[in-house]
Design a protein around this ligand. Structure first.
Ligand SMILES: Cc1cc2nc3c(=O)[nH]c(=O)nc-3n(C[C@H](O)[C@H](O)[C@H](O)COP(=O)(O)OP(=O)(O)OC[C@H]3O[C@@H](n4cnc5c(N)ncnc54)[C@H](O)[C@@H]3O)c2cc1C
Length: 251
């Protein structure tokens, strides 16, 4: 894969500290939901920094949209969240990743075998981003495959795509969304905030016998803890795909 010049054409704040960017790249081939791109920034003195960002947009279009969560002491994310402007150029490599992916099959219907396999998504914090691409692709392709999302986030203010998730769960019949708020809940929420635990996960996900395709994404501890709970509960490890955010990509 080679580096291609990309122009930021749209940018907006998703939540305090997170920002979505649309990047236009000539001859962009499109992507599969769950894939990511590498973003390379080059300073005036030639110093470069590369980080991976999941593609947030639906794979039913060729739009390349990423959503970046700012780490206060980070090198790249504060630039993309606070400094980069519409019209700026960045370099992009991708789309990358052939494992943590979900392919939508337009209009998949009952009896359609693998295309109708239930899908269980479990995201922590900004780990929702590649899962959001799967949800958008599923909805935009009018797939009838049963989809469930368990989204764990600290506070309602930090929940990415909250309004869209609520809307899609209401409109897209085969999408169910369960929330876990660990530090503060929305007003009137029926339960107090609590750290995501084994019981909450098992009460929210498809039963192991349903053989759902499972995608877990978030910080390394979040992903490892949740994946271990699922295996303990009888999930086949081969059905669980994980993606861990964090770390530096070689340039
Ligand atoms: C496949 C993949 C997809 C990713 N997709 C996204 C995405 O969609 N949105 C997004 O915001 N990020 C995503 N990331 C994380 C992203 O690549 C960067 O790691 C993140 O933006 C931090 O980069 P930075 O340069 O700001 O921080 P750095 O300068 O790299 O790190 C600053 C400090 O934070 C620590 N750190 C680095 N990354 C994380 C992290 N994710 N969580 C907690 N601590 C961390 C470092 O160890 C260091 O102490 C993804 C990572 C991978 C591997």
């Amino acid at each position: 894969m080679t580096w291609a010049p990309g122009r930021i054409t749209e940018a907006w704040t998703e939540t305090p500290g997170t920002r979505s960017l649309v990047i236009d790249i000539p001859h962009w081939p499109g992507h599969i939901a769950g894939q990511h791109v590498d973003v390379r920034l080059t300073a005036e003195d030639g110093y470069t920094a590369v980080r991976s960002y999941s593609i947030a947009s639906s794979s039913t279009s060729k739009r390349l949209e990423i959503t970046v969560d700012k780490l206060a002491d980070g090198e790249v994310s504060p630039y993309l969240v606070d400094v980069a402007e519409v019209g700026d150029m960045v370099e992009i490599r991708g789309p990358a990743g052939g494992w943590f992916i979900w392919r939508q099959h337009a209009g998949a219907r009952a009896g359609d075998g693998e295309n109708m396999r239930p899908v269980q998504l479990i995201g922590g914090g900004s780990g929702i981003v590649p899962l959001m691409s799967m949800i958008r692709s599923h909805g935009d392709a009018h797939s009838a495959a049963p989809f469930r999302l368990l989204y764990s986030v600290r506070t309602p203010e930090r929940a990415l795509f909250r309004d869209e998730l609520v809307r899609r769960a209401a409109e897209d019949a085969p999408l169910e969304v369960t929330w876990n708020f660990s530090r503060a809940t929305p007003a009137g929420w029926p339960t107090p905030p609590e750290r995501l635990d084994r019981e909450h996960v098992m009460a929210s996900v498809f039963a192991p016998a349903e053989r759902a395709a499972v995608y877990v994404c978030g910080s390394t501890p979040f992903v490892e803890t949740v994946a271990n709970w699922l295996v303990d509960a009888g999930y086949d490890a081969a059905d669980i795909k994980t993606e861990r955010f964090g770390g530096v990509v070689p340039a």
